[in-house]
Design a protein around this ligand. Structure first.
Ligand code: CP
Length: 318
Protein backbone atom coordinates (compact mmCIF):
# COMPACT_ATOMS: atom_id res chain seq x y z
CA UNK A 1 0.00 0.00 0.00
CA UNK A 2 1.15 3.55 -0.80
CA UNK A 3 0.00 6.97 0.35
CA UNK A 4 -1.93 9.32 -1.94
CA UNK A 5 -2.34 13.07 -1.39
CA UNK A 6 -5.70 13.47 -3.17
CA UNK A 7 -8.45 14.89 -0.97
CA UNK A 8 -11.97 13.48 -0.84
CA UNK A 9 -15.10 15.57 -1.40
CA UNK A 10 -17.94 13.17 -2.28
CA UNK A 11 -20.01 13.63 0.87
CA UNK A 12 -18.43 16.76 2.32
CA UNK A 13 -20.79 18.22 4.94
CA UNK A 14 -22.64 14.92 5.48
CA UNK A 15 -22.24 13.59 8.99
CA UNK A 16 -24.38 10.45 8.73
CA UNK A 17 -25.74 8.52 5.74
CA UNK A 18 -29.24 7.46 6.69
CA UNK A 19 -31.43 8.00 3.61
CA UNK A 20 -31.06 8.46 -0.13
CA UNK A 21 -32.82 11.84 0.07
CA UNK A 22 -29.64 13.28 1.64
CA UNK A 23 -28.01 13.21 -1.80
CA UNK A 24 -28.39 15.68 -4.63
CA UNK A 25 -26.93 15.47 -8.13
CA UNK A 26 -23.88 17.54 -7.29
CA UNK A 27 -23.04 15.36 -4.31
CA UNK A 28 -23.56 12.21 -6.40
CA UNK A 29 -21.38 13.50 -9.25
CA UNK A 30 -18.61 14.23 -6.77
CA UNK A 31 -18.96 10.85 -5.06
CA UNK A 32 -18.91 9.02 -8.40
CA UNK A 33 -15.73 10.81 -9.51
CA UNK A 34 -14.15 9.74 -6.25
CA UNK A 35 -15.49 6.18 -6.72
CA UNK A 36 -13.70 5.97 -10.08
CA UNK A 37 -10.49 7.04 -8.37
CA UNK A 38 -11.11 4.49 -5.61
CA UNK A 39 -11.59 1.73 -8.20
CA UNK A 40 -8.08 2.48 -9.46
CA UNK A 41 -6.82 2.36 -5.85
CA UNK A 42 -8.62 -0.97 -5.33
CA UNK A 43 -7.04 -2.44 -8.45
CA UNK A 44 -3.62 -1.40 -7.13
CA UNK A 45 -4.31 -3.29 -3.90
CA UNK A 46 -5.09 -0.25 -1.76
CA UNK A 47 -3.48 2.96 -0.43
CA UNK A 48 -2.93 4.27 3.09
CA UNK A 49 -5.72 6.84 2.90
CA UNK A 50 -7.34 6.20 6.31
CA UNK A 51 -4.50 4.83 8.46
CA UNK A 52 -5.42 4.40 12.11
CA UNK A 53 -9.16 4.76 11.45
CA UNK A 54 -11.51 2.05 12.69
CA UNK A 55 -14.89 1.16 11.17
CA UNK A 56 -17.38 -0.93 13.18
CA UNK A 57 -19.87 -3.07 11.26
CA UNK A 58 -22.87 -3.69 13.49
CA UNK A 59 -25.18 -6.10 11.67
CA UNK A 60 -28.43 -7.33 13.26
CA UNK A 61 -29.43 -9.03 9.98
CA UNK A 62 -27.50 -11.33 7.64
CA UNK A 63 -25.41 -9.91 4.82
CA UNK A 64 -22.79 -11.05 2.37
CA UNK A 65 -22.24 -8.10 0.02
CA UNK A 66 -22.82 -5.07 2.20
CA UNK A 67 -20.80 -6.09 5.23
CA UNK A 68 -17.90 -7.68 3.35
CA UNK A 69 -17.64 -4.90 0.75
CA UNK A 70 -17.61 -2.26 3.50
CA UNK A 71 -14.91 -4.23 5.30
CA UNK A 72 -12.92 -4.71 2.09
CA UNK A 73 -13.29 -0.98 1.39
CA UNK A 74 -11.91 0.00 4.81
CA UNK A 75 -9.02 -2.46 4.55
CA UNK A 76 -8.14 -1.18 1.04
CA UNK A 77 -8.03 2.34 2.55
CA UNK A 78 -5.54 1.24 5.18
CA UNK A 79 -8.05 1.36 8.04
CA UNK A 80 -9.17 -1.37 10.42
CA UNK A 81 -12.44 -3.13 11.13
CA UNK A 82 -14.43 -4.26 14.18
CA UNK A 83 -17.29 -6.54 13.25
CA UNK A 84 -20.33 -8.16 14.79
CA UNK A 85 -22.19 -10.03 12.12
CA UNK A 86 -25.09 -11.42 14.17
CA UNK A 87 -25.65 -8.61 16.64
CA UNK A 88 -29.22 -9.69 17.36
CA UNK A 89 -27.95 -12.85 19.08
CA UNK A 90 -24.26 -12.21 19.77
CA UNK A 91 -24.22 -8.66 21.09
CA UNK A 92 -25.66 -7.46 24.39
CA UNK A 93 -28.94 -6.87 22.53
CA UNK A 94 -29.77 -10.43 23.64
CA UNK A 95 -29.55 -9.17 27.27
CA UNK A 96 -31.93 -6.32 26.50
CA UNK A 97 -29.53 -3.49 25.70
CA UNK A 98 -31.15 -0.82 23.57
CA UNK A 99 -29.82 0.03 20.12
CA UNK A 100 -29.08 3.54 21.36
CA UNK A 101 -26.89 2.31 24.22
CA UNK A 102 -25.07 -0.15 21.95
CA UNK A 103 -24.35 2.62 19.45
CA UNK A 104 -23.07 4.97 22.18
CA UNK A 105 -20.68 2.23 23.31
CA UNK A 106 -19.47 1.19 19.84
CA UNK A 107 -18.94 4.86 18.95
CA UNK A 108 -16.35 4.92 21.74
CA UNK A 109 -14.43 2.11 20.05
CA UNK A 110 -14.55 3.25 16.43
CA UNK A 111 -14.56 6.19 14.01
CA UNK A 112 -17.73 5.19 12.16
CA UNK A 113 -20.52 2.64 12.46
CA UNK A 114 -22.07 0.74 9.56
CA UNK A 115 -25.42 -0.48 10.82
CA UNK A 116 -27.85 -3.05 9.43
CA UNK A 117 -31.00 -3.50 11.47
CA UNK A 118 -34.37 -5.22 11.12
CA UNK A 119 -36.40 -2.14 12.12
CA UNK A 120 -37.20 0.72 9.78
CA UNK A 121 -35.86 3.95 11.28
CA UNK A 122 -33.08 2.21 13.25
CA UNK A 123 -30.30 4.07 11.43
CA UNK A 124 -31.92 7.43 12.18
CA UNK A 125 -32.22 6.45 15.86
CA UNK A 126 -28.56 5.44 15.91
CA UNK A 127 -27.48 8.66 14.18
CA UNK A 128 -29.40 10.71 16.73
CA UNK A 129 -27.16 9.48 19.57
CA UNK A 130 -23.88 8.74 17.79
CA UNK A 131 -20.89 11.10 17.97
CA UNK A 132 -19.31 9.28 15.00
CA UNK A 133 -20.82 8.86 11.50
CA UNK A 134 -23.53 6.21 11.16
CA UNK A 135 -24.05 4.62 7.75
CA UNK A 136 -27.36 2.88 7.10
CA UNK A 137 -26.61 -0.54 5.63
CA UNK A 138 -30.32 -1.43 5.47
CA UNK A 139 -33.06 -0.71 8.01
CA UNK A 140 -35.83 -3.28 7.76
CA UNK A 141 -38.09 -2.50 4.79
CA UNK A 142 -36.98 1.15 4.90
CA UNK A 143 -33.89 2.11 2.93
CA UNK A 144 -30.51 0.88 1.78
CA UNK A 145 -28.89 4.10 0.58
CA UNK A 146 -25.39 2.79 -0.09
CA UNK A 147 -26.84 0.04 -2.30
CA UNK A 148 -28.60 2.76 -4.29
CA UNK A 149 -25.33 4.70 -4.58
CA UNK A 150 -23.58 1.70 -6.11
CA UNK A 151 -26.61 0.97 -8.29
CA UNK A 152 -26.63 4.47 -9.78
CA UNK A 153 -22.85 4.38 -10.14
CA UNK A 154 -23.22 1.08 -12.03
CA UNK A 155 -25.84 2.55 -14.40
CA UNK A 156 -23.52 5.49 -15.08
CA UNK A 157 -20.57 3.17 -15.73
CA UNK A 158 -22.55 0.79 -17.93
CA UNK A 159 -24.72 3.22 -19.93
CA UNK A 160 -22.66 6.41 -19.72
CA UNK A 161 -25.60 8.56 -18.62
CA UNK A 162 -28.20 9.01 -15.89
CA UNK A 163 -30.78 11.15 -17.66
CA UNK A 164 -33.69 10.05 -19.86
CA UNK A 165 -33.61 6.49 -18.56
CA UNK A 166 -36.40 3.95 -18.75
CA UNK A 167 -35.99 1.80 -15.63
CA UNK A 168 -38.18 -1.28 -15.17
CA UNK A 169 -38.40 -2.30 -11.50
CA UNK A 170 -39.56 -5.88 -10.96
CA UNK A 171 -40.49 -8.03 -7.96
CA UNK A 172 -41.17 -7.18 -4.33
CA UNK A 173 -41.36 -3.40 -4.57
CA UNK A 174 -43.20 -3.08 -1.24
CA UNK A 175 -40.55 -4.58 1.04
CA UNK A 176 -37.43 -4.23 -1.13
CA UNK A 177 -35.48 -1.41 0.51
CA UNK A 178 -33.02 -1.20 -2.37
CA UNK A 179 -35.71 -0.08 -4.83
CA UNK A 180 -36.95 2.52 -2.34
CA UNK A 181 -33.54 4.18 -2.10
CA UNK A 182 -32.92 3.75 -5.83
CA UNK A 183 -36.20 5.48 -6.71
CA UNK A 184 -35.22 8.51 -4.61
CA UNK A 185 -31.85 8.81 -6.37
CA UNK A 186 -33.19 8.25 -9.90
CA UNK A 187 -35.84 10.92 -9.32
CA UNK A 188 -33.01 13.49 -9.26
CA UNK A 189 -32.34 13.06 -12.98
CA UNK A 190 -34.42 14.51 -15.84
CA UNK A 191 -36.48 12.48 -18.26
CA UNK A 192 -36.94 9.50 -15.94
CA UNK A 193 -39.50 6.86 -16.86
CA UNK A 194 -40.18 4.07 -14.37
CA UNK A 195 -42.24 0.97 -15.10
CA UNK A 196 -43.28 -1.03 -12.04
CA UNK A 197 -43.88 -4.76 -12.47
CA UNK A 198 -45.13 -6.38 -9.25
CA UNK A 199 -48.11 -8.34 -7.98
CA UNK A 200 -50.58 -5.93 -6.38
CA UNK A 201 -50.02 -6.89 -2.69
CA UNK A 202 -46.29 -6.25 -2.99
CA UNK A 203 -46.36 -3.23 -5.27
CA UNK A 204 -44.54 0.06 -4.66
CA UNK A 205 -46.04 2.35 -2.03
CA UNK A 206 -48.31 5.17 -3.25
CA UNK A 207 -46.11 7.64 -1.36
CA UNK A 208 -43.02 6.69 -3.34
CA UNK A 209 -44.94 6.75 -6.63
CA UNK A 210 -46.13 10.27 -5.72
CA UNK A 211 -42.52 11.27 -5.02
CA UNK A 212 -41.48 10.10 -8.50
CA UNK A 213 -44.40 11.93 -10.13
CA UNK A 214 -43.70 15.13 -8.18
CA UNK A 215 -40.15 15.04 -9.51
CA UNK A 216 -41.40 14.84 -13.11
CA UNK A 217 -40.97 11.12 -13.74
CA UNK A 218 -43.40 9.13 -15.84
CA UNK A 219 -44.61 6.11 -13.86
CA UNK A 220 -46.42 3.11 -15.38
CA UNK A 221 -47.57 -0.08 -13.70
CA UNK A 222 -48.03 -3.30 -15.63
CA UNK A 223 -47.93 -7.06 -15.29
CA UNK A 224 -46.68 -7.49 -18.86
CA UNK A 225 -42.95 -7.95 -18.21
CA UNK A 226 -42.10 -8.77 -21.83
CA UNK A 227 -43.68 -5.54 -23.10
CA UNK A 228 -42.09 -3.49 -20.30
CA UNK A 229 -38.54 -4.64 -21.00
CA UNK A 230 -38.79 -4.15 -24.76
CA UNK A 231 -37.72 -0.50 -24.59
CA UNK A 232 -35.97 -0.54 -21.19
CA UNK A 233 -32.54 0.88 -20.48
CA UNK A 234 -32.34 -0.88 -17.09
CA UNK A 235 -34.26 -3.89 -15.83
CA UNK A 236 -33.87 -3.99 -12.02
CA UNK A 237 -35.02 -7.36 -10.67
CA UNK A 238 -35.56 -8.03 -6.94
CA UNK A 239 -36.38 -11.04 -4.77
CA UNK A 240 -39.41 -11.63 -2.56
CA UNK A 241 -38.41 -10.40 0.92
CA UNK A 242 -39.83 -13.41 2.77
CA UNK A 243 -38.28 -12.22 6.03
CA UNK A 244 -40.47 -9.10 5.95
CA UNK A 245 -43.83 -10.83 5.47
CA UNK A 246 -46.12 -10.77 8.51
CA UNK A 247 -47.72 -14.05 7.40
CA UNK A 248 -45.74 -16.92 5.86
CA UNK A 249 -46.46 -16.83 2.14
CA UNK A 250 -45.81 -19.51 -0.43
CA UNK A 251 -43.66 -17.72 -3.04
CA UNK A 252 -45.58 -19.68 -5.68
CA UNK A 253 -48.78 -17.90 -4.59
CA UNK A 254 -47.48 -14.36 -4.97
CA UNK A 255 -47.60 -14.51 -8.76
CA UNK A 256 -43.92 -13.54 -8.87
CA UNK A 257 -43.08 -16.63 -10.91
CA UNK A 258 -44.54 -14.78 -13.94
CA UNK A 259 -41.84 -12.13 -13.55
CA UNK A 260 -38.83 -14.41 -13.62
CA UNK A 261 -36.10 -13.19 -15.98
CA UNK A 262 -34.96 -15.92 -18.35
CA UNK A 263 -33.66 -16.19 -21.91
CA UNK A 264 -37.10 -15.32 -23.28
CA UNK A 265 -37.10 -12.01 -21.39
CA UNK A 266 -33.52 -11.25 -22.44
CA UNK A 267 -34.51 -11.77 -26.07
CA UNK A 268 -37.00 -8.91 -25.68
CA UNK A 269 -34.52 -6.54 -23.97
CA UNK A 270 -32.73 -4.03 -26.22
CA UNK A 271 -29.08 -4.75 -27.03
CA UNK A 272 -27.92 -1.69 -25.09
CA UNK A 273 -29.95 -2.40 -21.93
CA UNK A 274 -28.64 -3.89 -18.69
CA UNK A 275 -30.11 -6.35 -16.19
CA UNK A 276 -29.42 -5.50 -12.53
CA UNK A 277 -30.22 -7.15 -9.18
CA UNK A 278 -29.01 -6.13 -5.70
CA UNK A 279 -28.59 -9.86 -4.92
CA UNK A 280 -28.97 -12.34 -3.37
CA UNK A 281 -31.19 -13.91 -6.02
CA UNK A 282 -33.36 -16.87 -5.16
CA UNK A 283 -34.66 -18.00 -8.53
CA UNK A 284 -35.98 -14.77 -10.04
CA UNK A 285 -33.12 -14.62 -12.56
CA UNK A 286 -32.37 -17.83 -14.42
CA UNK A 287 -28.60 -18.53 -14.21
CA UNK A 288 -28.76 -19.32 -17.94
CA UNK A 289 -28.64 -15.55 -18.59
CA UNK A 290 -25.47 -14.96 -16.52
CA UNK A 291 -23.25 -15.18 -19.60
CA UNK A 292 -25.24 -12.50 -21.43
CA UNK A 293 -23.09 -9.33 -21.44
CA UNK A 294 -26.18 -7.33 -20.43
CA UNK A 295 -26.33 -9.24 -17.11
CA UNK A 296 -24.65 -6.59 -14.94
CA UNK A 297 -25.39 -7.87 -11.42
CA UNK A 298 -21.96 -9.29 -10.62
CA UNK A 299 -20.24 -6.13 -11.91
CA UNK A 300 -22.80 -4.17 -9.85
CA UNK A 301 -21.88 -6.04 -6.66
CA UNK A 302 -18.16 -5.50 -7.32
CA UNK A 303 -18.74 -1.74 -7.65
CA UNK A 304 -19.83 -1.79 -4.01
CA UNK A 305 -16.21 -1.75 -2.87
CA UNK A 306 -15.15 1.38 -4.79
CA UNK A 307 -18.32 3.30 -3.95
CA UNK A 308 -18.01 2.40 -0.25
CA UNK A 309 -14.32 3.34 -0.29
CA UNK A 310 -15.34 6.74 -1.66
CA UNK A 311 -18.03 7.12 0.96
CA UNK A 312 -15.76 6.15 3.86
CA UNK A 313 -13.01 8.37 2.63
CA UNK A 314 -15.18 11.42 2.24
CA UNK A 315 -16.84 10.88 5.64
CA UNK A 316 -13.65 10.13 7.57
CA UNK A 317 -10.83 12.07 5.95
CA UNK A 318 -10.20 15.27 7.93
N1 CP B 1 -27.47 -6.30 -1.72
C1 CP B 1 -27.33 -6.59 -0.40
O1 CP B 1 -27.68 -5.78 0.48
O2 CP B 1 -26.80 -7.81 -0.16
P1 CP B 1 -26.45 -8.40 1.28
O3 CP B 1 -27.78 -8.63 1.99
O4 CP B 1 -25.71 -9.66 1.02
O5 CP B 1 -25.65 -7.37 2.03
Amino acid sequence: MTASPTRASGTASLQHVVAAQQFDRQRLASLFRLSEEMERVRLEGGHQLLPGRIMATLFYEPSTRTRLSFEAAMLRLGGQVLSTENAKDFSSAIKGETLEDTVRIVAGYSDCIVLRHHEEGAAARAAAVSPVPVINAGDGPGQHPTQALLDVFTIRQELGRLDHLHVVMVGDLAHGRTVHSLAYLLALYPGLRVTLVAPEPIGMSPGLIQHLLRHGARVDETDDLLAAVSDADVVYQTRLQVERLSQPLDPGRTGLERFRVDRRVMERMPEGAILMHPLPRVGEIDPEVDQDPRAAYFRQARNGVAVRMALLRSLLQP
